[in-house]
Write a protein that binds this ligand. Structure first.
Ligand code: SF4
Length: 347
């Protein structure tokens, strides 16, 4: 069983905690309740409880509100609802499909690509996405003691070629603003760093997260701040996420979106085109359309490479070039993401 409770966030948060932490504490944590709230029969999904035991359900209320009641195939619900297929072993699907373990150079620090490094800041998330490539990652064994980033920061400081730090997780924005602001300050003290990139689903999944405290530290500092959202369906950008994204854009934060191509969720041209256009209206630029990382228990989400290329070509034909994300997959050991366009090249 994977347990990834946010550090410092308990199920019954006191009133003095920020609104977003209270919303996170109130997230739905069992699949029967999730289905009941949508007017669906709990026994409709075979193997649901077994899959839930492997990777616990988590869905905040504001995300639930964007799901369609009575629709067992709702693309937002499918991203969060445990299914029996997750318990099936599939050849080629492993616990660490992108080789994170082999690339750890200090507690919580992954160095794979030239010029940038990844900090695994927390194992906590606002939602537990069933296709998650880190659903089996052992955060306890590979994270530093609480906020002890000394080894990671010394590694970065000693390498002048590193210009960008990427905060990943889990979801980095599951950490408090005090802890994030402190980390951002320490990174800004490393002279060669230019950019701080944060990969997060929180502004979309739990828009309450975008509050004055977050905007306060994100909107200032020496480093350029980039948020890479992980929205997979245009309806994820609906209210209240739209307002949260507008506030981030107004604060001067660069917003990009990296979607995962997911069977039954966004593997059709209309959905993919609407995802890019809706995001762009809110100030979000397309970045990657990512092939699924082949994580154990996620095979039912996979879209074939041929179909992915077909969709990419259709997107190219329909949208202006600046709205077409790069189709890519991550292959362990490669020096960058591998682009899946007609002629092989690196991102
Ligand atoms: S938010 Fe990201 S890290 Fe967290 S469960 Fe979803 S895909 Fe995984």
């Amino acid at each position: 069983m994977i347990t990834r409770e946010p550090r410092g966030t308990q199920p019954s948060a006191p009133r003095s905690t920020p609104v977003w932490q209270q919303a996170l504490a109130g997230a739905i944590r069992d699949p029967d309740t999730l289905l009941q709230r949508l007017g669906l029969a709990p026994d409709a999904i075979p193997g649901m409880q077994a899959a839930h035991q492997l990777f616990r359900t988590r869905v905040p209320e504001s995300y639930l509100a964007r799901m369609r009641p009575g629709d067992a195939h709702d693309p937002l619900l499918l991203q969060a609802l445990p299914r029996g297929e997750e318990t099936h072993e599939q050849p080629g699907f492993t616990s660490d499909p992108v080789g994170d373990h082999d690339a750890l150079v200090a507690p919580g620090l992954v160095h794979k690509y030239h010029g940038r490094v990844l900090l695994l800041t927390t194992g906590a998330c606002a939602i537990h996405c069933r296709y998650c490539f880190r659903r089996e990652f052992d955060y306890a064994d590979h994270s530093p003691a609480r906020d002890d980033w000394n080894a990671a920061l010394a590694y970065i400081a000693g390498r002048p070629e590193i210009h960008e730090v990427i905060l990943s997780g889990g979801d980095p924005l599951a950490l408090s603003d005090q802890r994030l602001a402190r980390l951002a300050e320490r990174l800004a003290d490393i002279p060669q760093l230019q950019r701080l990139r944060i990969h997060t689903r929180l502004p979309v999944i739990l828009p309450e997260r975008v509050d004055a405290d977050l905007l306060g530290w994100l909107g200032q500092g020496r480093l350029q701040h980039i948020l890479v959202l992980h929205a997979n369906h245009p309806r994820e950008f609906a209210a209240p996420a739209d307002q949260a994204l507008r506030r981030l854009a107004e604060a001067g934060v660069t917003l990009l979106n990296q979607a995962v191509l997911l069977a039954g969720i966004n593997d059709d041209i209309d959905t993919l085109a609407a995802l890019q256009e809706t995001g762009f209206r809110l100030g979000v630029l397309p970045y990657y359309l990512h092939q699924l990382d082949r994580t154990r228990g996620t095979a039912h989400f996979e879209v074939s490479t041929d179909r992915a290329r077909e969709l990419y070509r259709a997107l190219h034909a329909r949208l202006p070039g600046y709205l077409v994300p790069r189709l890519a997959r991550e292959i362990p050991g490669e020096p960058g993401k591998t682009l899946l366009t007609s002629s092989p090249s690196r991102a």
